[in-house]
Ligand binder design. Sequence first.
Ligand code: ACO
Length: 273
Amino acid sequence: MQKKYECVNLSIDGDVATVQLNRPEKRNCLSPTLHRNMVDALNEVARAKCKVMVVTGTGDSFSAGMDLEQCFFEPFDDPDKFNDVNAPCFEWFTHLKSFPAVTVAKVNGWAFGGGFEIAGICDIVIAAEESVWGLSEINFGIFPGGGATWSYAHNMLRKQALFYALTGATFTGKEAVALGMANIAVPLKDLDAEVDKWVKNLASKGRTVLRKTKEVYEKSLRLTFAESMEWEMAKMWELSRETKDDWIRTALASFKKREFKPGLQSYTLTKNV
Ligand code: ACO
């Protein structure tokens, strides 16, 4: 399924959705229309129950952040308009953070401010080595807001986080890996193939176990060890029930017959769980 919104392209191919920010002439900066399109596109992907959603940009940019003119400068003097224009942004950023599918940011180029934030919110980031990242807010007199501080602070170590937030200095996709902002960086020419490889890996797993792995990870960060242990086991039995005990009935039954080595590969799904 392919859908073209005014500023976003959406494609859904079985278990995998790809969402492209599509304002290349404006370096995919996030306009009010693009925000509204993203609200709709993410709802569509969630409804389709995809396992993986790739977020990327068209042209040479991932995203140059908020549209500084349409989101900030133009509505600034009318607080109601300012809030109306920016509310969809908070809506889809929040949805992205708790998204049921695994979210993969494919950072193909510029990633500033809100664009940097999107990558930071996603579960996995695969970047072009040549991509350029920056918390440029300080360069025009504000600090990273609207979740951007949360996003960099939850990925980078303190010294690095503050260095980039305070100086507005840029770093490359290659450096993003050491800084904790990306999992993998490859030359731009290899980016599609690298993303496809990991998307295929993820899509070979069960939908329910992917979703619950994310949920349990996020929740466990806020619990003590003892609380987390209890929570993990409760969710484990929930998973077992929701997947009709597939981990025992199919996966471990297959292991017992020495059909696969779980340390090195995934079991073959026989049910759509
Ligand atoms: N908001 C509004 N317009 C933008 C933005 C933006 N964030 N980013 C780029 N554009 C526009 C440019 O003004 C230009 O418009 P024009 O053709 O009408 O003149 C067009 O997109 C192309 O941009 P260029 O600057 O010509 O492209 P170039 O490739 O030379 O530079 C770069 C790309 C480095 C990304 C530059 O556009 C830039 O610095 N953009 C702003 C980045 C930024 O600081 N974003 C805000 C982050 S903070 C936040 O999100 C809250």
